[in-house]
Every structure is written in structure tokens, then in C-alpha cells.
Design a protein around this ligand. Structure first.
Ligand code: HEM
Length: 508
């Protein structure tokens, strides 16, 4: 009878009955599907008595509210996502068997842009690298290209990553952001000089996500049908161009809209102005690796003289319908690779192959890859089973492989490529560090006004560093480019002659 009434209510609430509703409304229910009788007044013991535990609607509503948050990402917490499509523009079957690059293919994508250090809901104006992570839902499984707007990274070995993030994040004692802690760390990391230059330049404060490039940063491997390997770097080039905020514009924009990057992306897609990026790739052979005066598998380096070829285009054409289910629950991971694309031996990337999937098992759970935003368009067919929140209804009793009853054949084309190895295990830093040259090249590539902004930003930040850190870091910048180092030293109120003398002691 009650159920019958509920259905009736859904049908009979019409404009004449409830004047503010234009269409028939569906009845309010609890999570068990049962209709709710009163959602405005808790059940109490008489007019003056306590609230009753038996009001299951009240209890469930509070319980669900109490659990609304999942752990925020340990980095890249503040993000914005959008859907789109990737279309290849060149036949690169000589380089890779990756199905998404086959001419005529169209691959749905989901992109999540982000800032890095600051928490969810932090102002998007805050200086940071920006994440540019793309999930390609290919016909051979999901491939995630988890990149940044900067083409290089601060460190080259994953073992330094937790310390670096701790040094960037607010103090564990005061919860205040404190650049002197950051510089205390980075005075020991000369390989960070190029990426710190990016960060303290106006590239650290983009106008919006549409107006920035993306970079895979690491070298990856393309593998072709013959099993031949090429090392490649990926780059997204914004067809909207590059636009950054100047230091004067930042507080103005922040005062008007501290979500300015999200606002711009969402509004432009809603207006039908769909942002586009071309995907470029740089390619070298394994034999080329030793021909550089730096290590091309070092994530603190770009490949300056290697030509780029355009291999496709991405357009973002749909905003998310549900921010939490799509943008918050998406799990981007460098370990999500597909046949034809493999990680290189880059030591930073090797650590990332473990870290993302690991944090995601904690953040969204063991079965997080079954969520609609994460599951592939292909069928998942293996013996992985059970675990918390499992929604994969399997009916087979063969949860092992090999099996004659239910064979799950392996795909020969998906075997990992092979590489020759010699030597012993070791814990030794890389050869050919070349910590400063590319930082100087980057500085000299900036316009005069961008150089001035960089010097003011860097010098202003460095002024608050401890004495030793101030001089060490200024000497790194001086080594990169004397004009740059001297300019920053002056703003930071450091003795330029001392900085110069320290720079002369540094190896190239
Ligand atoms: C060893 C070095 C690194 C480690 C251990 C690391 C670790 C992490 C972790 C744990 C997350 C959170 C993932 C999640 O909760 O879903 C994350 C997010 C992210 N990282 Fe890294 N990271 C490293 C280096 C890098 C580099 C070099 C890049 C750029 C090429 C990068 C780009 C990103 C992006 C874009 C996200 C956000 C992904 C999203 O939007 O969901 N990270 N990183």
C-alpha cells in the first residue's frame, strides 16, 4: 500500500498540485529505495524530548554526509577535468604498434588539469607547475600520459620525491607555506635549476589551462611490429597559444576569481569554443643515447636539437556531469600503458610506475579501476578478484591461468621489448649531469620583460632564505647565466662577488 502510494505520489505531483514544479517530480527515497515521509523534521520524543535513533532517514543522511570525502591526492589535489577526443594525423606504424595512432582511429579521452602543491579549493593563481594528464580509452586498453606544463622536472631520481614535496608543502609545524624551507632543500639539488627557473618565471602562473602546453617530460619507448625500440618525448602544443599572468596581474585575478582557470575552461566548453592541442613527438634511437652531452633519460632535461613531428590532435568538447565521479575519482597512472608504448629507464619515471597505482588503491580503493571514469572500453579478463567494493559480477569458476577449461591466451604482440644489460647493481648518480646549461638557455629564451619578472620573483622569494641556501642557489643561477644570477642576487640582497666566486667552483 505504502509503495503504491509512493508511485502514485511520483505521478500525481503535477503543476496544479505543487505550483513551483513544472514537471512531475520523483519521490524522495532513502538509499534502500524506500520513500521518505519527512525530510525537514527529525523524529523526537514529544515536543520537548530528545531525537530518536530510530529515525533512520536522519541517521543515514548524517552517516553518508560524514563520509563524503575520500583522501585528497597527496599532490595535484586541485584539478579540473573535461572529456574530448584524440585523432591521429600521421602514420607512425614504423615507430609503434599503439592502436590509437593508426590512421582513421578516434579515441575518447579524459583530461585532468591541476596545480601541484596546494590543496583542493586552493586559489588557482598560486605559483605552481600545472598537471596535464590525459587518459586515452584505446581499443587495446587505457593509456595515461601523465604530464605537466613544464617540459622538465626538478629532480631525476624518484627517491627524492617525497622529500621534495615535503619541502614545497606548508610547514608540518605551522601549516604555513615557507619558501625558506623549500630553498633549504633545493640548495642540495643543483639539477633543479632549470625547472626552478620555469617555476619562478611567469610560466608558473598561466592565464588558464587552455593557454598552456603539456609535456610528457620523461622519455618513453615506442615499440614497432619488429620489436624495434625508439625513445620518444611527447609534447602537447596549445592551439590557443601560451598566455601567462604577470606578477602584477596575479593579485587582481585572485581577488576576482580564485578559480579562474576552472572558470575559463568550463565556460569556454559551454560556449562551444572547444580547446585543442596538437600532439608532437621527438624520436631518437637507442644508439643516440650516448651521443648527447647530457643523459637524455634525465627528466631534468629537454632534447633541444631533436626535431618534433606532429602525430595527432586532441579537442576537449564536453564538461563533466559529476565533478566527484569524474574529476575526483579519475586515476591517472604512468603504469597504464598499452602495447607499443613502454616506460624508458628514466629513474624518476620508474618510481612513478609504482607510486600512482599504489596511492590510488589507497585513495579510491582496490577496485577503483572499475569505476566508470577509469574502466577501459575493452573487456577486463583476468583472475584478479574480490576486494572492497567489487562490482564486477563474474560467473566463471576459473580464476586462474593457465587453464584448459577456459583459456585466456596471451597476446604475443603485447610482450615487453627486450634490452641488453651488463654490470652490477649500484647506487650511483647519473653521468653527464649538466645541471645548469639548459637553465641558462631557458633564461635567455625569455623576453626582456619576462626576464625582469623572473628576476624579481626569484630574488624576492630568495631574500627570505637562510644565508647558506641563498648563496648556493644564487650561485646555481649565476652558473646558468651571469646576468640572471647577478640580477637575482641583487634583489635577494646577496653579495654578487661572493655568488660569482661560488659559481666558479661549480662543475658544468
Ligand atoms: C618520482 C616522481 C613522482 C612521484 C612519486 C609522483 C607521485 C604522484 C602521486 C602520488 C600523485 C597522486 C595520484 C593520485 O592520487 O591519483 C601524483 C599526481 C600527479 N603527478 Fe606526479 N609524481 C612524480 C613526478 C611527476 C612528474 C615528473 C610529473 C609530470 C611529468 C607528474 C605529474 C603528475 C600529475 C599531472 C598528477 C595528477 C594526475 C591527476 O590529474 O589525477 N608527477 N603524482
Amino acid at each position: 500500500m505504502y509503495f503504491k502510494n509512493a508511485i502514485a505520489a511520483a505521478i500525481i505531483i503535477t503543476p496544479s498540485f505543487v505550483s513551483s514544479y513544472a514537471i512531475a517530480a520523483e519521490v524522495l527515497t532513502r538509499d534502500n529505495g524506500a520513500p521518505v515521509g519527512d525530510n525537514q523534521n527529525s523524529q523526537t520524543a514529544g515536543p520537548n524530548g530528545p531525537t530518536l535513533l530510530q529515525d533512520v532517514q536522519l541517521i543515514q543522511k548524517l552517516q553518508r554526509f560524514d563520509r563524503e570525502r575520500i583522501p585528497e591526492r597527496v599532490v595535484h589535489a586541485r584539478g579540473t577535468g573535461a572529456h574530448g577526443v584524440f585523432t591521429p594525423s600521421a602514420d607512425i606504424s614504423n615507430l609503434t604498434i599503439a592502436q590509437l595512432f593508426k590512421p582513421g582511429t578516434q579515441t575518447p579521452v579524459f583530461v585532468r588539469f591541476s596545480s601541484v602543491v596546494h590543496g583542493n579549493h586552493s586559489p588557482e593563481t598560486l605559483r605552481d607547475p600545472r598537471g596535464f594528464a590525459t587518459k586515452f580509452y584505446t581499443q587495446e586498453g587505457n593509456w595515461d600520459l601523465v604530464g605537466n606544463n613544464f617540459p622538465t622536472f626538478f629532480i631525476r631520481d624518484a627517491i627524492k620525491f617525497p622529500d621534495m614535496v615535503h619541502a614545497f608543502k606548508p610547514s608540518p609545524k605551522t601549516n604555513l607555506g615557507d619558501m625558506s624551507r623549500t630553498f633549504d632543500f633545493f640548495q642540495h639539488i643543483p639539477e633543479s635549476t632549470r625547472t626552478l627557473t620555469e617555476l619562478l618565471s611567469n610560466n608558473g602562473t598561466p592565464v588558464s589551462y587552455r593557454f598552456m602546453d603539456g609535456n610528457g617530460v620523461h622519455a618513453y619507448k615506442f615499440v614497432n611490429a619488429q620489436g624495434q625500440v625508439h625513445y620518444v618525448k611527447f609534447h602537447w602544443k596549445s592551439l590557443q597559444g601560451i598566455k601567462n599572468l604577470t606578477p602584477k596581474e596575479v593579485p587582481v585575478v585572485q581577488g576576482q576569481d580564485f578559480s579562474h582557470m576552472t572558470t575559463d575552461l568550463v565556460n569556454s566548453i559551454n560556449r562551444g569554443e572547444f580547446p585543442k592541442w596538437d600532439l608532437y613527438v621527438q624520436v631518437i634511437t637507442p644508439e643516440d643515447l650516448n651521443k648527447f652531452d647530457f643523459n637524455p633519460l634525465d627528466a631534468t632535461k629537454i632534447w633541444p636539437n631533436v626535431p618534433s613531428q606532429k602525430i595527432g590532435q586532441m579537442v576537449l568538447n564536453k564538461n563533466v556531469d559529476n565533478y566527484f565521479q569524474e574529476t575526483e575519482q579519475v586515476a591517472m597512472a604512468p603504469s597504464n600503458i598499452v602495447p607499443g608504448i613502454e616506460p624508458s629507464e628514466d629513474r624518476l619515471l620508474q618510481g612513478r610506475l609504482f607510486s600512482y597505482a599504489d596511492t590510488q588503491i589507497y585513495r579510491i580503493g582496490t577496485n577503483g579501476l572499475s569505476l566508470p571514469i577509469n574502466r577501459p572500453v575493452t573487456k577486463v579478463n583476468n583472475g584478479n578478484q574480490d576486494g572492497s567494493m567489487n562490482i564486477n559480477h563474474t560467473t566463471s569458476d576459473v580464476n586462474y591461468e593457465p587453464s584448459a577449461r577456459e583459456p585466456r591466451p596471451q597476446a604475443n604482440h603485447a610482450r615487453y621489448s627486450v634490452m641488453p644489460l651488463t654490470g652490477t647493481t649500484q647506487q650511483v648518480k647519473i653521468q653527464k649531469e649538466q645541471n645548469f646549461k639548459q637553465a641558462g638557455d631557458l633564461y635567455r629564451s625569455f623576453s626582456v620583460s619576462d626576464r625582469k619578472d623572473l628576476i624579481q620573483n626569484f630574488g624576492g622569494a630568495l631574500a627570505g632564505a637562510d644565508e647558506q641556501a641563498k648563496y648556493k642557489i644564487a650561485s646555481f643561477l649565476y652558473k646558468a647565466d651571469p646576468e640572471y644570477g647577478a640580477g637575482v642576487a641583487k634583489v635577494a640582497k646577496a653579495d654578487v662577488n661572493r655568488v660569482k666566486a661560488m659559481a666558479e667552483q661549480l662543475e658544468d
